[in-house]
Each structure stands twice: as C-alpha cells, then as structure tokens.
Design a protein. Structure first.
Lengths: 786, 325
C-alpha cells in the first residue's frame, strides 16, 4: 500500500493561473519555420561521414570479408569491422532485466549477446558487417561498394510458427528450438475463475510487422577525438540509459559520456535503447580521432528501425451470465526477430495492462518469444498494448453480444474505481474510468446508434489504462530539475527530459510558471545535454509529466522560496503570507500590497549580499517499485466499411481521457489527435511486407500511413480525477489514448460487420473483404440453424 | 541518397532540345517536373550522363483551343495549371479529375502532363535504393534476366501507374512525338506497350511535345482507388466513356489502369454495354467479362486477387456513374 497522500491542490478550486490555459508550444514557431536544429543539421569542423555495410542475406556465413580496396580509396579515413569491436556487446537494457527481477522476482531474459558487427554469421538482412568513415558521403558510399563479402547462404527461418517445429534452422545455437524465452505470469486466481465461470469465450488475433517511421531518421554524430570525452548528438528518449550503456563499452565513466539530444523528431517508444549504429559511430570516431556522423538514408531507415514484430494472440475470457468478467487468459507468440531483445518484457506489460480496467479474479499472460531471421524487433507507439487491447476489447464486445447486453453496460459493470487494488497489488489513487465511459456514451450518441446503424456502418467502444511512471528500471526513478532566476524575471528551467514532439518542455515551463506566478512565455528551457542538465531517466513509461513535472515544480518552489525572502522584507510580512500569481507577488492577507515579480527578481539579484537564485528539485516515486498513478480512457469510434473495396473510413472518434489534471488543453488535444492518428494508422494501414526477410515497401510512399485527409473528426473530453501524486493532480496523456483508439476502431469495424471478429491488424482491404465473407457465412449458418 | 554524377543541361527552346536529343539521346534522360525522374536517379534506377531539363521550353507549355472544339495541350504544362484550366474542366471533366488524382498538390505544382504520360513503370523489387537491391537478384530492369513478380515470365511486369493516360485514351487523344526535323502523331492508345521495361513507343531521340484532344460531347468518368486519399499511386483506376443518355449508350469505352504493365482497354464489356445499354443486368454481365481481358495479374503492390476484384468494382461503379450523368 502506498502512503496516504493528499492532492497538491484541491480538485475544484485550485486557484491555478497558468495550468489549464491553452499555451502554444514554446518551440512551436521554431519548429514550423525550420529554425529548430536537429542532429543532422549539426556539422562539426573536420567531420567525417560514416556509412554501414549491411548484410544482404537473412542467414549466411561470412566466408570472406576483404576491406583492403575500401581502405585504399582516397578520402577513406577508417574502415571498421567486428575485429574493432571484440568483446563489445550492444546490450542496451540490462538494467531493465534487473529491474524486472526486483519487481517480479523473475528473470526476464534480456541479455542479447548482440554484437556490434556480425562476427562470422549474419542472421538478418541489414545486420551490420563493416563501416567506413570518409571525407564525404559519396566517398563513403563508394567505399562500401569496394568491400568484398563472400557469403555462404544458410537455411533461414522467417516464420515464428515454423521456427519452433522440429528440424527448423537454428537462428542462435544458444537457444535450441529458437525459443528465446517463455514465461507465464499469473495474477490473482485465474484457474478458479475459469473453472467456476458460467462461460468462456475465446478468439485469435494477429498483429503485423511495423516501423515507427520517425520524422527524423536514425542518426548519430560522435566526437570521440579526445580519449576521455565521448560526445554524442543523437535523437533519444533517454540520454541516461545511453550514458550507462556506452560508458562501460568504451572504458569510460558515466559522465565522460555526454549525450546531446537537441530536438528528437519522433520516438514512439522506439528510441529507448542504444543501437549498433551508435556504437559504430563511436568506433569510427575513435579510429579517426575526428567527429563522425552516421546516418541512415531512404530505405536503410527501415533496416535500422526496430519496431513491432509479428505477434499472435490467443485470448480467453471467463465471465458470468450477469456480465461479470472473471478472468483473462492470453497467450502470445512473439516473433523476436534475430535478436530476442526486450520484447518479452513488452509482452509482460501488455498482459498487465489488459486487466487494469477491470475488477477481475484472475489474469494470466503466457508469452513465448521466438527467434527468426527477421529484423530484431522492439517497440512501436503504444507498445504491444495497442494490439493486445484490440484482441481483448473486441472479444468483450462479443461477450456482451452473447449476453444480449450493451457493451457499455458490460464495461461499466466491471470498471474499476478509485481506491481499487489490482491483481498485482497496484492501487488506483485516482480513477475516472466510469466517468470516461459515461462521457463517451453520452457524447458519441451511443444509445441512438449501437445496433441501430445501417449495414457496414459500425460503432465500437474500448477502454484502457496506462501507468504514469514505473519505478524499477533503476533503484530510483529520479528526475531532477533546476530553475535559474534572472534579474529581469526571465526564468530558465534545466531539465534532462527529451522533447520528442510530445511538448514536455512547454509543460515544464508551465509548471514552473504556475509556481512562480508568471507567464509561461517568460520561461526558457535548457535541455538535452547531459553536461548541463540534471539527472533524468528519460521520456518513457509515461514518466515525463508526473516525475519530471514534479521535479520542475519542486525546483520552482525552491526558487520561489528564495525570492520570497526579499518580497517578504519589502512587503513587511512573513514568507508564508505571500502569493505569486499574475506576475505579482502579493500579501495573502492584503492583496492590494504587492510587488511586480520582476521587481522582486531585480531586487533579489541586485542585493548587497550578491544573492543568486537557483532552485533545485527532484522527484522520485515514494513507492519501492511500480507505479503510483494510472490514466484511464474510454473511446467510441464510428466507421463506415466499403463492402466493395474493403476500405475503412473512420468518421469520428470520441475520446474521454482521465489525465488527472489538464496542464495544457492545447497539448492534450494534440496528444489525443496524434494518438488517434497513430492507432488508426496501426490498425488499418501500417504493415511491412516482407519477402524472405527483405522489406518490399521500405519507403514513405509504400509503407502506407494515412494523412490528414483520412483523419476522423475527434471530440476530446478531459476527465480530471486530480491524482494525489501528480503535479497539480496531473497523470499522463502520452500513451493512454493510443492503446484505446485502435481497439475502439477495430470494435467499430467488427460491429459494422455484424459482430464478426476481425482476426488481424492492420485491417487491409483484402482482410476486410475476407471478414465480410466470413460474416456472411456466419449469418447464413445462423439463419439455417434457426 | 545522393544523385549519381551527371551533367545537367537546360534547354530553352524545342529546337535546342531536339538537337540535344539527336546528339545524345541514348545518354540522356529528359527532366520536366522531375518529381519521379530525380528520385529514381537517386535510387540509381537509371544513371544518365545528361539530365536534360525542358522546364523552360515555352512552346510546350500552352493550352490551345482548336477550331473543332478540341484542345491542344503542351506536354510541358504543369498538372496544377491543367487542373485549374477552365476549358479542360468544362470539356473534359474526367481528364480534369484524373489530373487532380495524381499524387499531392505539392507534386502537381511542378509535375507535368508529359511526365505523367511517360511515367516509368514501377516495381517494389526495383524501386528501392541500390544498396537495398543488392539483397535481390538482378532482374530485367537491373540488367538481369528474370522477373521477381512472375518468375517464369520473359517480360518485366512492373506496373504502369499513370492516371492521366486513362481518360486520354477514352477521349481518343493523340500524342505528338517530335525528333529533330520530324514529327509524328501517335494515338495515345498505341503509345503504351505491355512490357515493363520498354513501356512506350517513344524513341531515345524523341520528345512528347503535345496532346491533342478531339471534341467530346459524351459522358465520361474517371475513378481511382488507392490505399489513401492522395499522395498515392492507384491500386486500380478506370476511365469510361459512353454516348447517349440514361441507359442508352451507342458507343462505350472502358480503360483500366495501374493493374498491369500498360493500360487495359476492355473490349468485350464495352461491346456488351453498347449493345444492351447501361442496365443493371448488362452491368452484371459486363463485370463477368472483365477478368478474361486482364491477362496475367501480379501481386505487385496489391494482391492479384484484389486487383481483379477492384477491376470489376470499378467497371460497375464507372458504368453506374455514366448512367447517372
């Protein structure tokens, strides 16, 4: 049980002046006018261009590798191969493995043994074999062509189902049968629930291979020209993890590694780890003692990018005839690709998250990570939770239908409430799930539409929950912040949290501005440079607003307390009789007596004592591990299916999100819009087509993502449950909506087809036509049975 | 991805252009808007010694009204200008629709009609970077002798994805092809060849200079199905034309695009409708005749079965649309 804790401000009358206002992004003008600097914009004196030679075989022995011609090419400054990276491993998240052990008592296999370059065997197309650094890109490209590789092709295994059959080719001899890991998580008592329940329903669901298609492609600029300082510019979600992965690999201490992430052009959970190209850039810079930029161009981006692999779910639900949900049991076969990596961990998260919304007796999640000669997989937007929630929520709609019950009533009947303790011990200190469901029911016109729409016009509902912050990756989950006060009243917030488009820097500015009672536009950010900014584990697990937000708040309070000394003296009162708001510092007991904030800063910093104001603050979850706060979400989607072409048109998505407290409505709407877009893209459009491990559609043109024309109308409702842990009561809105929107859309498509379950995502037109045929068959069978 | 080494030559008159093509046609690739050509050069799909820019040639950037009510359109006209041209919208609405269906507004701002007519065929085994292609065997397009999409084929099955030629075919448009000192007129229906490698009859020293549209009082329609609404090539597209009104249709023509190496003129379905009128029964019969005229289909960009299905859907939709006009 977490300690009893009171909200920072009252729910209904918090007296907030900045929080809750529609604040345009502080970096918005720079972003849209092209002034923002990204890693690829940085060119250092003497910088070389690095290119990586990649395997063209899914599985082959390297019989001969000859780099001599490339080395002899004028302009080439270095060629590196596995020989330069002996004993080095691209293990990225050992800490996550340790954390998982601390948290669950179980060891989740993460240690990949993944080398920087393929040693003597390549196990997927795109695997790194060698790299060059040259004076310009053309020379580097030419040098790659001069590297001679002789392959002896080995039998490859591309499908995870075939990979576990007897006699299948082995991807990695250490993992017989190609099983990387196999785990069962039992929460509560699923066995009794399944034994005692009135009935059980089950389904199968598959999710295809994706790519995150960042606006900013993978790039790393490394300056390792000094042996005691490794400087890296690169987009990332976590400079902290990068420092901790790279330092030991190159014999450095953590703070000898400086990570600079200027702006990060999209991350979607996929930029949480160090990848081979980072190590390659360091090796090239170490060899040449010059800065080297390694970047992907065009379709190479699809080879480097690790996102979601093929996942096959079997879902069972145990329920009673009165609509009580008793337990879930989900099995997932996960294609880990050639390197099993962390995907098993993501399966565990998906299994947990499926159940958070419901008061269940038991929940079981079984997962098997299987090695194949496909690209190594990692995370996409919403992780595996998008697809697992699609599988679960569709099935719940079917449960409701079988009971002749409205799905809304089923969800309401089983929804958790504030104070609920979940099956893995989680306690929901705030929870607005029922209000979310009631809101979307009312605002979407559900009761007039459900089962009343014309054929091929469907409506669907889904719910979800998302942990805001999850302590466990390290012993602590600390974010720190510093607030420097200028004599002119301009404030600088120092933070290590990366802004990868989610707008967290503006959030931090607003939080600091709220505490100091000033305009958020008077706050600037110094961020993304580990030499300048204090510790922050990073922007993942929805920890930004709640953890770094609290750190920024604490730092601003510290700065405010320092300023209060001068103001109290001038206003002839005590420091606790002061209010900072609207750019003024006033007496609480006599608001007429006030000083402009800028006068207070000027006076403080031009004192005889020579005072300097720097607020410092940090936040670390009070729990030993796990999460304090969950967001909740309900959404209704309305779709039209074209029965002739199989195309799906999403008309409207109504979103109610319990985010605790709205810091910035403008940013929240943007987050929701973006996540509805992303979820729609995942469940209807995005799929990498492969032919023997080779991506056939590695381009923005052929990897189909929708554009603004496909965007549905979106109605946003922000439910404020005022979380006691969150800054001003705020939780998260960075990932909660995406895991629900996809499930709502798929439920709507299923509804449009008379309740036929959609067995696969993305729901491409061919698959929709197939489902239509299946639904017609179901209809005719049920008619003939009647 | 960098452009391969090449010489960039800009000509300001048709005369200079044709002279340059006579001298260096085999080593040249013409660049008009460049939206497709430049990108394909980056992919090293072709590496001409000379990229010949024809963007400044005024003679091929006019739309002329002809005495018979037709139009003569310069091949160098930008798609955006043609899409907004009042005469085209008034007299050839299906053609105007097909122009607006090409790519995105940004691309239409520089892409030209001639460029779309000459659009190179596409295949996902070739239209990727040179480094990517090292993972597949050489095919017809890359100096090999096989086709990845139909392995037994002796032809390249890359797809002709151009949208604007479809209405131009049903409208009976004629292309003017010029070489130095010589000009020939080729009906656009005869311009394309069923070969992904050598997909038009255009010779290396020739330039498509003009498109002549005869007057047309018939009903016409253009429909396109793509994975998304814009910035996408068609999975299948159709242009259709019928004389008469209502269900009566003396002359009918139907042309499908984007499902094969060349546009496909549907003879039997058109004949059937011309005979029976655009009735529901005739449409149903016409649909049944479609598949036989499509020839061998590939699963390039979309599954073969889906293409065959879309072809029928488009025929049905186009005929019903014509009936309503």
């Amino acid at each position: 049980m977490p300690p009893e804790i009171k909200p920072q401000v009252p729910k209904d009358n918090p007296g907030l002046t900045v929080v809750g206002q529609r604040q345009p992004r502080l970096d918005g003008a720079d972003k849209v006018s092209g002034r923002s600097v990204f890693t690829d914009d940085v060119v250092l004196p003497g910088m070389l261009y690095g290119k990586i030679l990649r395997s063209t075989h899914a599985h082959a022995r390297i019989k001969r590798l000859d780099t001599s011609k490339a080395e002899a090419l004028p302009g080439v400054k270095a060629v590196v191969t596995a020989a330069h990276a002996t004993g080095m491993s691209a293990n990225s998240t050992d800490s996550v493995a340790k954390a998982s052990k601390r948290r669950t008592g179980k060891t989740i296999k993460l240690k990949t043994g993944e080398t920087i370059f393929a040693d003597d065997v390549v196990t997927y197309i795109g695997e790194e074999i060698a790299a060059v650094a040259a004076l310009d890109e053309a020379t580097a490209t030419k040098a790659l062509e001069l590297i001679e590789v002789e392959y002896e092709p080995l039998p490859a295994i591309m499908d995870s189902r075939r990979a576990v059959r007897a006699g299948a080719p082995q991807v990695n001899e250490e993992f017989p049968g190609n099983v990387w890991s196999q785990d069962i998580d039992n929460y509560g008592d699923p066995d009794t629930a399944f034994d005692e329940a009135d009935f059980i329903m089950e389904s199968k669901f598959e999710a295809g291979v994706t790519h995150n298609l960042y606006a900013e492609f993978h790039v790393a600029l490394v300056d390792f020209s000094r042996p005691d300082k490794l400087k890296i510019w690169t987009p990332t979600q976590t400079s902290y993890l990068m420092q901790h992965s790279l330092a030991p690999a190159f014999g450095l201490s953590v703070n000898q590694v400086q990570i600079i992430h200027l702006n990060t052009g999209g991350a979607f959970s996929g930029r949480g780890a160090v990848r081979p190209h980072h190590y390659v850039a360091v090796l090239l810079s170490r060899e040449t003692r010059r800065p080297v930029k390694v970047f992907s161009a065009g379709d190479e981006e699809f080879l480097i990018g690790r996102a979601l692999g093929k996942n096959r779910y079997k879902t069972r639900v145990a329920a009673d005839k009165d609509g009580t949900l008793r337990a879930f049991d989900m099995t997932c076969e996960m294609d880990g690709g050639a390197v099993g990596n962390e995907v098993g961990y993501f399966g565990w998260m998906a299994g947990l998250s499926n159940a958070w919304m419901f008061d269940l007796q038991g929940n079981r999640f079984q997962r098997k990570v299987i090695l194949t000669n496909q690209r190594p997989n990692f995370l996409g937007h919403g992780g595996m939770m998008v697809s697992s929630n699609c599988a679960v929520q569709q099935l719940l709609a079917k449960v409701a239908r079988s009971l002749d019950m409205d799905p809304m009533d089923l969800l309401l009947k089983n929804a958790v409430e504030q104070g609920h303790t979940g099956l893995s011990g989680e306690v929901f200190a705030s929870c607005g799930l029922k209000e979310c469901i009631e809101t979307v029911r009312r605002e979407s016109g559900w009761d007039d539409k459900y089962d009343k729409l014309p054929p091929y016009h469907g409506i669907g509902v889904a719910v979800g929950a998302m942990a805001a912050g999850a302590k466990g990756a390290f012993k602590h989950d600390t974010s720190a912040a510093m607030v420097r006060v200028g004599e002119d009243g301009l404030i600088t917030v120092y933070t290590g949290i990366p802004d990868m488009g989610q707008g967290t820097h503006t959030t931090m500015a607003m939080i600091a501005a709220e505490v100091l009672g000033i305009d958020a536009n008077d706050v600037q950010l110094v961020a993304g440079d580990t030499d300048l900014t204090p510790i922050d584990i990073g922007a993942f697990a929805q920890r930004g607003t709640i953890t770094t937000g609290n750190a920024a708040r604490n730092a601003a309070i510290d700065a405010r307390d320092q300023l209060a000394v001068y103001a109290a003296e001038k206003l002839e009162t005590s420091v606790d009789n002061l209010r900072f708001a609207h750019g003024q510092v006033s007496r609480v007991d006599d608001p007429q007596q006030s000083l402009p904030f800028k006068e207070v800063t000027w006076g403080t910093l031009n004192s005889m004592e020579g005072r300097f104001v720097m607020g410092r603050g940090f936040y670390n979850s009070p729990l030993p591990y796990g999460t304090t706060s969950w967001s909740f979400d309900a959404q209704v989607a309305e779709v039209i299916v074209d029965p002739e072409t199989g195309q799906i048109d999403v008309l409207k998505v109504t979103v109610a999100h319990d985010l605790g407290r709205t810091i910035n409505p403008l940013a929240v709407e943007g987050q929701i819009d973006g996540q509805v877009f992303s979820a729609m893209s995942q469940v209807i459009y995005e799929e990498l087509v492969t032919d023997d491990g080779l991506f056939l559609n590695p381009s923005r043109l052929e990897y189909k993502m929708p554009r603004t024309y496909e965007m549905p109308e979106i109605a946003h409702f922000m439910i404020e449950s005022n979380d006691p842990y969150g800054p001003f009561g705020a939780k998260e809105v960075g990932e909660g909506p995406v895991v629900v929107a996809g499930a709502a859309i798929i439920a709507a498509v299923s509804n449009a087809l008379g309740g036929t379950l959609m067995p696969e995502m993305p729901m491409t037109p061919m698959r929709v036509l197939k489902a239509i045929r299946a639904s017609e068959l179901e209809k005719s069978q049920s008619q003939s049975a009647a | 991805m960098l452009l391969p080494d090449h010489q960039y030559v800009r000509v300001d008159s048709l005369k200079d252009c044709l002279k340059s093509l006579r001298e260096n046609g085999e080593r040249t690739h013409v660049v008009a808007g460049g939206t497709d050509v430049i990108f394909n050069m980056r992919l090293r799909l072709f590496q001409p010694d000379i990229a010949l820019s024809i963007r400044r040639i005024a003679e091929i950037k006019q739309v002329e009204e002809l005495a018979d009510g037709g139009l003569r359109i310069g091949a160098g006209c930008r798609l955006v200008d043609l899409a907004e041209n009042a005469l085209i919208n008034e007299r050839y609405p299906a053609f105007a629709d097909s122009i607006r269906a090409v790519a995105s507004s940004h691309i239409r701002n520089i892409a030209t009609l001639g460029g779309n007519i000459c659009l190179k065929t596409r295949c996902w085994y070739t239209n990727n970077s040179e480094q990517w292609r090292q993972g597949v065997k050489e095919c017809f397009k890359t100096d090999g002798d096989l086709c990845h999409v139909i392995k037994s084929s002796s032809l390249c099955h890359a797809i002709n994805n151009a949208d604007t030629p479809l209405p131009l075919i049903v409208l009976g448009a004629v292309l003017t092809l010029q070489r130095e000192g010589e000009s020939r007129d080729v009906p656009i229906a005869d311009f394309y060849q069923k070969d992904g490698m050598d997909h038009t009859v255009l010779k290396a020293d020739e330039l498509v200079t003009h498109v002549t549209l005869p007057p047309c009082a018939d009903r016409t329609v253009f429909l396109k199905i793509a994975a998304r609404k814009g910035m996408d090539f068609s999975q299948a597209a159709i242009a259709a034309r019928a004389s008469g009104t209502g269900t009566k249709a003396g002359e009918v023509s139907l042309v499908l695009g984007s499902i094969s190496m060349a546009p496909i003129v549907l003879h039997e379905p058109a004949r059937l409708i011309a005979e029976q009128g655009i009735t529901d029964a005739a449409i149903e019969q016409a649909e049944e005749k479609v598949r036989a005229e499509l020839g061998e289909l590939t699963s390039l960009y979309a599954r073969a079965g889906y293409k065959a299905h879309l072809a029928k859907v488009l025929v049905r939709r186009a005929l019903k649309a014509l009936r309503e006009m």
